[in-house]
Design a protein around this ligand. Sequence first.
Ligand code: 5GP
Length: 118
Amino acid sequence: AQKLNQQPTIFSKIVDKKIPADIIFEDNQCVVFRDVNPQGPVHFLVVPRKPIPGLSDVQDGDELLLGHLLIVAKKMAEKEKLLDGYRLVINNGRHGAQSVHHLHIHVIGGRQMNWPPG
Ligand code: 5GP
């Protein structure tokens, strides 16, 4: 069986409107809101309503959801006028420095990024 969070995380509470966030888009599969500690002029998070703890917990059958999250990320980057590019990040697990265990895609832009990251 797929691992899903039983205890609500901070992101589940935002998705369920139990705590506030600066939500810039939502549909039946995901919610998009601004990161409270932005790492660039634009930094938002694309969060599935389904409480998958992390990318490690994704399974066959989540293809349509994952593809949808990427398309929403791209559309929102356009809406946020990130015409010179932007970066998507999924932190996973301890070495990935994941801090909130509800799957999310970071979209960061509005400044020059560097590679490799720290
Ligand atoms: P992670 O390291 O898990 O990929 O990143 C979690 C992100 O969530 C961090 O960038 C952090 O600033 C953001 N974050 C944590 N708590 C909250 C919150 O309550 N509201 C919002 N909008 N962002 C949060």
